[in-house]
Design a protein around this ligand. Structure first.
Ligand code: UDP
Length: 325
């Protein structure tokens, strides 16, 4: 297939591109390099530097390359930032997604994979969280993804768009060549590993007064290659109809457990300090991925936290400054 990947220079996008190319697909990456890195783009992919604000640029790219499907990773993605700058999310994330969808339909592209989020579930009634859980977005970020999910639902009913919404829990880990590099970095595993690399003095734990066994937040950490493979399985299944999946490992780890595991992997003491809670963070998010396992036969290759952190550590040690030259 020919796949148009927005955000294909970013963390999850670039590793999905790598997996698509391994699977024999042709890839066109469309990315504004706001958070993405040119060097993260697989050399076999066509690269277009463009912005989803620019409808004409999307039109030109789709007209030139005529893809079979779109994977839409490009997005503002930070819960905390969205609480401070809601319109970046409720405005730009939504408008950019709508631009892309309008252009897709104008060019006859009717297969679409959306990166969605566990932040749809701020007050889950059951853990692990399955697809029937009530949607209560935890932040403007989560709401922006909820709006795009709803738009896709209506485009399926009215325009024949076939979509998959993949709600990621906590993506982490690295492939041999690609890993996680955000500026500024806000994610737990790269931050903890930066302490082990001597680039930071300590790791700040955002609150230890949550209603969890050790008081720190519990999250479901899923390896980025497993996420990438879920995209490819979902893409191949779209002819059978639209679908929505929660994607995690089905097991939660607390912030303190992540730090402990990173200490074991790196051999570094990784000092920590407890600070206040981060607005928008729910206490526990753990996915049930039974549905995608059952329907698509998805099976994570990297289910355990130690292996996940080992792959991240290998990449951070070999790329101590990420993609920066
Ligand atoms: N976290 C933390 N300190 C940090 C960054 C993250 O304690 O400097 C916690 C955060 O509160 C959450 C977990 O680590 O419970 C994962 O956060 P991350 O930002 O990596 O992903 P998110 O859950 O926001 O998608």
């Amino acid at each position: 297939m020919k796949v148009f990947v927005t955000g294909g220079a970013g963390y999850i996008g670039s590793i999905t591109v790598e997996q698509l190319i391994k699977a024999g697909d042709e890839v066109i990456v469309f990315d504004n390099l706001y958070q993405g890195h040119r060097d993260a783009v697989h050399p076999a992919a066509i690269f277009i530097q463009g912005d989803l604000k620019d409808r004409a640029a999307i039109d030109a790219a789709l007209a030139a390359h005529r893809p079979d499907a779109i994977m839409h990773f490009a997005s503002y993605t930070l819960v905390g930032e969205s609480m401070e700058r809601p319109f970046l999310y409720l405005g730009d994330n939504v408008v950019n997604g709508v631009n892309l969808l309008q252009s897709a339909l104008a060019h006859g592209v009717k297969k679409f994979i959306l990166s969605s989020t566990a932040n749809l579930f701020d007050k889950p009634e059951r853990i692990p969280i399955d697809e029937d859980e009530r949607i209560i977005p935890g932040s403007p970020y989560g709401e922006s993804k909820n709006i795009l999910e709803r738009i896709l639902y209506w485009l399926d009913r009215t325009q024949g768009m076939r979509y998959a919404c993949l709600r990621y829990f906590n993506a982490c880990g690295a492939s041999e060549e690609r890993g996680e590099h955000h500026e500024p970095e806000t994610h737990i595993i790269p931050l903890v590993l930066q302490v082990a690399l001597g680039q930071r003095e300590e790791f700040c734990i955002f609150g230890d007064d949550y209603p969890t066994p050790d008081g720190t937040c519990i999250r479901d950490y899923i390896h980025v290659i497993d996420l990438a493979n879920a995209h490819i399985l979902a893409l191949r299944a779209l002819d059978g109809g639209s679908r929505t999946y929660n994607l995690g490992n089905g097991r939660g780890f607390s912030v303190k457990e992540v730090v402990e595991t990173a200490r074991a992997v790196t051999g570094h003491p990784i000092p920590t300090r407890v600070v206040g809670r981060r607005p928008g963070d729910p206490a526990v998010l753990v996915a049930s991925s039974e549905k995608i396992r059952r329907e698509l036969g998805w099976t994570p290759q990297y289910p355990d936290l130690r292996t996940i952190i080992e792959t991240a550590w290998r990449w951070h040690r070999t790329h101590p400054h990420g993609y920066a030259k």
